[in-house]
Design a protein around this ligand. Structure first.
Ligand code: NAD
Length: 429
């Protein structure tokens, strides 16, 4: 079955329009200082680099890479690198802005950035991907750095990508400064300064968010049914923790197929099936393939979008049956889709809260490298739980006090922290 995802092709708002809609409506609601509103509406730096790479057949190809640094009033820029055919400067701007709100909401000493390369990594060999990554790092030069801008994995990049970046960055520095610069990136493999538990941090945070949400209602995760879009790092780990606690995963959609089983999909078996097939869930024997357009309409307790942005829109929001959406991906719900969902009484646990376990984990990896410490996985998961639960409780409190939705409450907290920093510091000179 040709199961390419129609929701990706329908005309819709760009992610940049979505993040600006979200920011503007909160800024107006809280009467944000107009000067600070103008500063935050724009990105500080937008870097585009072109760089040549030798392919396996000897041909030289030129690639385009992006790094957008939105804001750094609270600390160094922080955010992932995405390798995807749809990646462009506008996506990088939107994703960088979301990082600013996310790090602020989590109470981290970071700003927001995002970047990547417009490629489909499946078109390249491992050797070519390594050379593309290393030349991209070299081209970015001093635009990244452990105290300035710290990338991390995102869609189609992983701990191997981060190890190549760290190695390239350190190898191109003078020997005297080379040794302790590996915190130029987070999400590294454990043997290269990575943090035990960083691999599962985002999915763990999605699971915790749902657990906390249902606990507030006096309900348990166990027995709930759910569906997941994207079975990569975030989708897999969120499903792992949720099913371990007794929830039932009934459908998974990825870039290749949509599969369904009302009796439940075994997460570990699906992972074992998809890994050797270039991470495709297609052909998984214990579930049937269904049309992609049916996915968001499935009857279940909650949905975890954990793939790309702008998946739930005016085109499909009305047919959503789930009562809760836990945003693992960045920007999966656009403003028109959100309006319809909120009117239907669907609760959206917003990306800047729900998937913040990843950047919280990255913060501890950065601290661990900086301080020369090594923490165990148990210690790390406890640290992530503490920070995420604090942010969750504050957002929940605001939803109750002001009788508003979760995204607006999260934005209020995130933007007010930044506003306070600007008002205290003033504008140089
Ligand atoms: P990944 O590359 O590991 O997995 C991406 C998944 O999305 C894959 O299963 C892929 O098949 C699927 N996908 C791609 N295009 C799709 C389409 N058109 N329709 C349906 N599925 C599609 O990426 P990831 O790291 O798991 O990131 C997923 C999302 O979570 C992204 O929005 C990312 O920005 C966000 N996020 C990731 C992290 C992290 O720590 N990795 C942290 C916070 C937020």
């Amino acid at each position: 079955m040709n199961n390419l995802i129609p929701t990706m092709e329908a005309p819709k708002k760009s992610m940049y329009e979505t993040v600006l809609d979200q920011f503007n409506s909160t800024a107006d609601a809280i009467q944000l200082n107009p000067d600070i509103k103008r500063i935050l509406s724009l990105t500080n730096n937008e870097i585009i680099v072109h760089f040549p790479v030798k392919m396996d057949n000897g041909e030289i190809r030129i690639f385009k890479g992006y790094r957008v640094q939105h804001n750094n009033i609270l600390g160094p820029y922080k955010g992932g690198l995405r390798y995807h055919p749809s990646m462009d400067i506008n996506d990088a701007k939107a994703l960088a802005m979301w990082m600013t709100w996310k790090t602020s909401l989590a109470g981290l000493p970071y700003g927001g950035a995002k970047g990547g390369i417009q490629i489909d990594p499946r078109d390249y060999s491992d050797g070519e991907l390594e050379r593309i990554t290393r030349r991209f790092t070299f081209a970015l030069g001093e635009n990244i750095g452990p105290e300035y801008d710290i990338p991390a994995p995102d869609v189609n990049t992983n701990e191997q990508t981060m190890a190549w970046i760290a190695d390239t960055y350190m190898s191109t520095k003078a020997p005297s400064v080379r040794a302790n610069n590996k915190h130029v990136v987070t999400g590294k493999p454990i043997g290269t300064g990575g943090l035990a538990g960083r691999d599962r941090a985002t999915g763990y945070g999605v699971y915790l968010s749902l657990k906390l949400y249902y606990a507030n209602l006096g309900e348990a995760i166990s027995g709930k049914t759910f569906i997941v879009q994207g079975f990569g790092n975030v989708g897999y780990w969120a499903s792992h923790f949720l099913t371990k606690e007794g929830a039932r995963l009934i459908s998974v959609q990825d870039a290749h197929a949509t599969i369904y089983s009302k009796d439940g999909i075994d997460v570990e078996k699906l992972s074992a099936h998809s890994k050797p097939r270039m991470n495709s869930v297609q052909g998984f024997g214990s579930a049937m393939e269904i049309p992609a357009a049916d996915f968001f309409t499935l009857d279940c307790d909650f949905i975890i979008p954990a793939a790309l942005g702008n998946q739930i829109t005016a085109a499909n929001a009305a047919s959503v049956k789930a009562k809760v959406i836990a945003e693992g991906a960045n920007g999966p719900t656009d403003s028109a889709g959100e309006k319809i969902l909120l009117e239907k009484g669907v609760v959206i646990i917003p990306d800047i809260l729900c998937n913040s376990g990843g950047v919280i984990g990255s913060y501890y990896e950065w601290l661990q490298n900086r301080n020369g410490e090594i923490w165990s996985m148990e210690e790390v998961l406890v640290k992530i739980e503490k920070k995420l639960s604090e942010a969750f409780a504050k957002v929940h409190q605001i939803t109750l006090e002001k009788q508003i939705d979760w995204r607006t409450a999260a934005y209020i907290l995130a933007i007010q922290r930044i506003e306070t920093a600007y008002l205290q510091r003033g504008i140089f000179p």
